[in-house]
Design a protein around this ligand. Structure first.
Ligand SMILES: [Zn+2]
Length: 456
């Protein structure tokens, strides 16, 4: 009880000080009671867990929006997805007498944290969004991530929802020992692309042979099969077919149903598809799911629009595949624009910035509509060099290490060019400061950012 009170006191003090209380109350409370997460988690009746490399935050927000429409839900927001963040989310919903105010939780859990904490929760459904390469210096090799997720799922009682278009997720499905459902896209949505994108899982984890693909949806997601063994893409239990912001869902022999999505872009359609599949497994019908989807608000740093003059859009990038998705989404926005990339290399960002070389920054010169680029953050120089080698004209790159000065330089460039929209993309530790700078710049008549199609 003492640890809980200390956590709640810390939360109260942070809120009084006007600070965000995403991880610190949990961190402090766990110091007094390392088992606090288990003590609080036991009070839940059911829990939906979301893990995977990319799209956790958006998927988690979509699911808690859908379920939250019908019953109160605990949700760890804004990517506070390690033990401290999970503890903070529970502490927030427990009263001073230790009573939990709601019985259902929708929790985003970091892949490496999953095996350590999964048994704290009565996980009924576990969603694995995908398994892409994350920063290597955080968790080591890719198959380590696969192993961590597998270990976590084996410790749970959950029904597992996996991305069947992802060969690494399929591998998890074959070995998890849990009941498994797959979600995936319809063949109609295969994109034939001549660009060489990253294909992380392009080897068969069962026998090591290079996988063959009949087509790709994006990244390593596609219609794969192994030429040497019987490993192949499963027929999706929840199959989506999308066009713009409308998604048709085919589920076994049931009649097709369609949904209006609050998000766009193939990566987000996957997030929405997995959220809809989770809601179906949870027992909700089409109307309930649709009304919940309409409640969705894009999480911080996912194509988040600020009413600045000129307008600006903030995005988080953290690994090559996620970065490619963001760059593709930005390139697809019509018209000319200014790009401001903030790269930090603090512990939470990953110390090693070599991933910048795996990300498809060639899209910036290729798309032909970025008039000026500002490289900022602690590794502004590395970013500028990356853009230069991507083939972007060096004369159009400004290097401004200080984040605030960098963002202001982007607005100055935009104003000079007649008021082009400013796209700010940042690594994790630059995200909140960048959001704060944009908030301050935002026109006074609109205190809150407007939301639009989200990324990641
Ligand atoms: Zn094989």
């Amino acid at each position: 009880m003492l640890a809980l009170w200390i956590g709640k006191m810390a939360e109260l003090l942070l809120r009084l000080a006007g600070r965000r209380a995403t991880s610190l109350p949990g961190k402090i409370a766990l110091r007094f009671s390392p088992r606090l997460l288990w003590k609080l988690g036991r009070k839940l009746e059911r829990c939906i867990v979301i893990t995977g490399t990319n799209g956790k935050t958006t998927t988690s927000a979509l699911i808690s929006g859908i379920i939250g429409k019908h019953e109160p839900v605990i949700n760890n927001e804004e990517g506070a997805n390690m033990e401290q963040g999970l503890a903070s989310a529970l502490i927030h919903h427990v009263n001073w007498f230790g009573k939990l105010k709601c019985k259902t939780a929708v929790l985003e859990i970091d892949e490496a944290t999953l095996p350590m904490v999964i048994d704290a929760f009565p996980a009924q459904i576990a969603v694995v969004t995908n398994v892409f390469r994350d920063q290597l210096d955080r968790y080591g090799e890719l198959d380590t991530t696969v192993d961590k997720i597998l270990t976590g799922l084996k410790k749970s009682e959950a029904t597992v929802l996996l991305n069947g278009d992802d060969p690494l997720a399929r591998h998890i499905g074959l070995h998890s020992g849990r009941p498994v459902f797959y979600f995936g896209m319809s063949r109609e949505n295969v994109r034939d692309s001549d660009r060489t994108q990253i294909r992380d899982g392009a080897f068969c984890l069962e026998c090591g042979a290079a996988l063959e693909y009949d087509g790709f949806f994006y990244g390593q997601l596609g219609l794969y099969r192994c030429p040497q063994c019987d490993f192949l893409r499963p027929h999706p239990d929840f199959m989506g077919s999308f066009s713009g912001d409308s998604l048709e869902l085919m589920q076994g022999d049931l009649p097709k149903v369609s949904f209006q999505l609050p998000v766009r872009g193939v990566f987000n359609v996957y997030n929405a598809l997995s959220a809809i599949a989770a809601a179906r497994v949870y027992g909700l019908n089409q109307a309930q799911i649709q009304s919940g989807l309409m409640e969705f608000h894009s999480p911080l740093g996912r194509m988040q629009v600020y009413a600045t003059q000129p307008s600006s859009i903030l995005n988080l990038i953290k690994n090559p595949t996620g970065c490619d998705s963001v760059l593709q989404a930005i390139s697809a926005e019509p018209g000319e624009k200014v790009l401001c990339v903030a790269i930090n290399d603090l512990a939470a960002d990953g110390r090693d910035v070599s991933w910048l070389w795996d990300a498809d920054f060639e899209l910036v010169p290729d798309s032909g509509n970025f008039r000026r680029c500002i490289a900022t953050g602690l590794r502004a120089e590395d970013m500028a060099i990356r853009l230069k080698y991507a083939g972007y004209p060096i004369d159009d790159i400004d290097v401004v290490s200080n984040l605030e000065a960098g963002i202001h330089a982007a607005f100055s460039a935009s104003t000079e060019l007649g008021g082009l929209p400013v796209f700010v993309v940042t690594t994790y530790t630059a995200l909140y400061p960048a959001a704060e700078i944009l908030r301050r710049r935002q026109a006074t008549d609109d205190e809150n950012p407007q939301y639009r199609a989200s990324v990641s």
